[in-house]
Write a protein that binds this ligand. Structure first.
Ligand code: GLU
Length: 457
């Protein structure tokens, strides 16, 4: 059976690279296994969910190269969840509770004082019909808890075990968990029930997500079974932290995919780093997602949190620009206003961290003469001699060595004293692309003008 995976963000903020890691792990898994990738917006929290953010997430995924086979919104699927809740009630697995948040907090505090774990004691399960009516007469509306494991004890017994795709064998003691609230007082649903009802309905075969969901898995496995379905496979990957070691937050907008796109990073640089950090693979940029899929395997992902650093993103982006084929950049360079075709790109690509840096070099070659460092006093005669020796056009990539050879012979200079005054005069910088490649783009009259300007005043 072909796998079905899903990425299920809440549209409450822009996705960050940690979310992109989850989306990409699912996408690469589907790519490797010939499966389907679904996008599901977990938007049952009507106050915090926004349709513009859902659209932004779709845009970010498309930019990364992820194309969902189908897109769903939980807010369109409430009837499915009501039906699941009814079936659980009919089976005695969902029970009405009336405690207020304050009452529950007071109970937890008393449990802690007595050295007990702060697990819900199932008091509501023991309410008589008369007691429930009395509570309702006070105006209380029930919230509904899911009965984990057996109903006999004050809390569930037994454990839920699974072989995690990333973490290997896992086991969670149900007794350490409170029966979770599946339906709130106002009839809305926290994430748990809709997620499981959807995974059953969509035929999800593998749930791949961050390790902050490990504990939820025990509850969800119980829920799959209570709804008469076999649970899917589960995989929980390590989380990303920022350079300071802090967790990433969707609400803070930090490390958002959109901000890296707007900053001009390549999608494949973001994807390569988001996927390969915190794995046993070297963080080398992949040219496309198929290439990345060949390097991804859950068993290669390490257990410790992985550090995402923008400085590393810049380095990966630069390395990617060194190897990208010309057709991958031609149109974008054109829209950046960079001319000179493949030859110019090849001349400057090693000196670009982001694609837009090519425009800086293009302007430097074509624009007004740089505010050149004024030559040293003893460079005046040297620069004048070099100007005299400038070859006639047409120029090509061999012009520089012909010129510099003649200047060397005439002036006796060599090494840095030979080429640095010329580099400074032509570009205003003491570093940059090979002058042999740049010179034909600067052209003879421009070169002469720049040499003239750089003479000491
Ligand atoms: N909406 C949940 C989240 O963003 C989905 C978790 C899951 O994949 O089940 O964390």
């Amino acid at each position: 059976m072909a796998p079905i995976v899903r990425f299920a963000p809440s549209p409450t903020g822009f996705i960050h690279v940690g979310n992109a890691r989850t989306a990409l792990f699912n996408w690469l898994f589907a790519l490797r296994e010939g499966g389907r990738f679904l996008l599901r917006f977990d938007d049952t929290d009507a106050k915090r969910s926004r349709s513009d953010l859902a659209e932004a997430i779709s845009r970010d995924l498309a930019w990364l190269g992820i194309e969902p086979a189908a897109t769903y919104r939980q807010s369109d699927r409430l009837a499915l969840y009501a039906d699941a809740a009814d079936r659980l009630k009919a089976g005695g697995r969902l029970y009405a509770c009336y405690e207020t948040a304050e009452e529950l907090e007071a109970r937890r505090q008393s449990q802690r004082r007595r050295g007990l774990p702060p697990v819900y004691d199932r008091a509501a399960l023991r309410l008589t019909v008369a007691e429930r009516s009395a509570l309702e007469a006070q105006g209380r509306r029930p919230h509904w808890r899911f009965l984990l494991g057996s109903p006999a004890a004050e809390r569930a017994a037994g454990e839920i075990a699974w072989r995690d795709l990333f973490r290997g064998p896992q086991a969670i003691d149900l007794g350490s968990l409170s029966d979770p609230v599946l339906v709130r007082e106002d009839g809305t649903y926290p994430y748990t029930l809709p997620s499981v009802a959807d995974d059953i309905d969509m035929g999800t075969t593998h749930v791949i997500r961050g390790e902050d969901h490990v504990t939820n898995t025990a509850v969800q496995v119980e829920l799959f079974r209570a709804l008469g379905a076999a649970e899917p496979g589960f995989g929980h990957h390590n989380l990303l932290v920022n350079a300071e070691g802090e967790g990433l937050s969707k609400r803070m907008g930090s490390q958002s995919v959109a901000s890296y796109r707007d900053a001009g990073y390549e999608a494949m640089a973001v994807a390569s780093l988001a996927v390969l950090i915190g794995t046993s693979e070297a963080v080398e940029p992949a040219l496309d997602l198929a290439d990345l899929a060949r390097r991804f395997a859950p068993a290669r992902v390490s257990r410790a949190p992985a550090r995402f650093d923008e400085a590393e993103l810049a380095a990966v982006n630069a390395r990617l620009l060194h190897v990208l084929p010309w057709p991958a950049v031609a149109d974008r360079l054109d829209s950046l206003g960079v001319g000179g075709g493949e030859a110019f790109w090849n001349a400057v690509r090693k000196n670009c961290v982001r694609l837009a840096d090519a425009r800086v070099w293009w302007d430097l070659v074509n624009g007004a003469p740089p505010a050149a460092a004024v030559a040293e006093a003893d460079d005046a005669a040297f620069i004048a001699a070099a100007a005299e020796l400038l070859p006639a056009e047409p120029w090509d990539s061999s012009t520089w060595s012909a010129w510099i050879g003649a200047v060397k012979a005439a002036t006796g200079r060599s090494g840095k004293r030979l080429f640095m005054p010329l580099r400074l005069a032509l570009t205003g910088l003491d570093h940059g692309p090979e002058l042999a490649a740049l010179l034909p783009f600067i052209g003879r009259s421009n070169t002469l003008a720049r040499l003239a300007l750089s003479r000491p005043r």
